[in-house]
Design a protein around this ligand. Structure first.
Ligand SMILES: [Zn+2]
Length: 51
């Protein structure tokens, strides 16, 4: 024994409840980002000017 990694404090992810160093775990973050991206694309499809 010897290698001790500094563990960030884990809190439950706000979305899935899994322990995560952040409020939202990486998996959920990626999912949310993907959804946002899709939404943005749909808006563009509808002819909204990009902000
Ligand atoms: Zn999560």
């Amino acid at each position: 024994m010897g290698e001790e990694e500094e563990e960030p404090k884990l809190k439950p992810c706000k979305v899935c409840g899994q322990p995560s160093p952040e409020m939202i775990c990486r998996a959920c973050k990626e999912k949310i980002q993907a959804e946002l991206l899709e939404k943005k694309r749909e808006d563009e499809k509808r002819g909204r000017p990009p902000t």
